[in-house]
Design a protein around this ligand. Structure first.
Ligand code: ADP
Length: 198
């Protein structure tokens, strides 16, 4: 982050981008990401900052996000696909220009917090799982993911992504390929590393 921006200014900027419920979710993700980072050996400061910034564009208009995305070299399938995913990719661009974030680890954690990807870093996993389990989240299965996240981050993430894929299929919605690839990657690594019992 730009060294001149203190925490209070940062939070005020984030607060100004979204409605109150989304801001409470944001604070929940930041705190949960910080705790997960401590538990699994990621950098807690980076995890918290990525948590504060992960939904920076979530409440922006589709047109505003589209304007940002078309000016960058992003896969066509993102622009043609589910608009719900745009905020993560637009967010990673905007927090560079508006907040001054330059750390690639934080930028990637924001970019992939919704979809995941193959070969996710520890910080990316921490932020993605935090987004699924922060205290304000309520959906069937969240307790199981919270329990898993006490001890096994990869399993928590694969169950969470698997749940999203299942949810989208049940709703007959498209599944953005990165998520399927991230899920396969986690499951096949678990198989190779001998941790898969089922
Ligand atoms: N791979 C995907 N393909 C299509 N839609 C997805 C995918 N992953 C997540 N989504 C959908 O995108 C939406 C936004 O997810 P997310 O960023 O976690 O927002 P929220 O914080 O509101 O849950 C959710 O409705 C989710 O079902």
């Amino acid at each position: 982050m730009n060294e001149r921006m203190d925490r209070e200014t940062l939070l005020a900027r984030v607060r100004a981008q979204m409605h109150d419920k989304r801001y409470q979710h944001t604070l929940g993700v930041a705190e949960t990401a910080r705790q997960l980072a401590i538990r699994f050996g990621a950098d807690p400061e980076k995890a918290e900052l990525a948590g504060f910034l992960h939904d920076y564009c979530k409440c922006w208009s589709i047109d505003k996000m589209h304007d940002i995305l078309v000016r960058h070299d992003l896969p066509q399938e993102l622009l043609q696909g589910e608009k719900e995913l745009w905020h993560a990719f637009a967010g990673a661009i905007v927090i560079q220009t508006e907040i001054g974030v330059t750390d690639p680890e934080i930028l990637q954690a924001v970019r992939y917090h919704t979809t995941g990807r193959v070969g996710m870093t520890l910080l990316e996993k921490v932020v993605c799982v935090a987004d699924y389990i922060e205290p304000n989240r309520q959906y069937p299965g969240v307790e199981q993911i919270r329990d898993l996240a006490q001890k096994d981050l990869d399993t928590a993430l694969s169950v969470a992504l698997g749940g999203t894929i299942q949810f989208l299929i049940e709703k007959q919605k498209t599944v953005f390929p990165l998520t399927l690839m991230a899920y396969n990657d986690l499951i096949s690594r678990r198989g190779r590393e001998g941790g898969f019992n089922g």
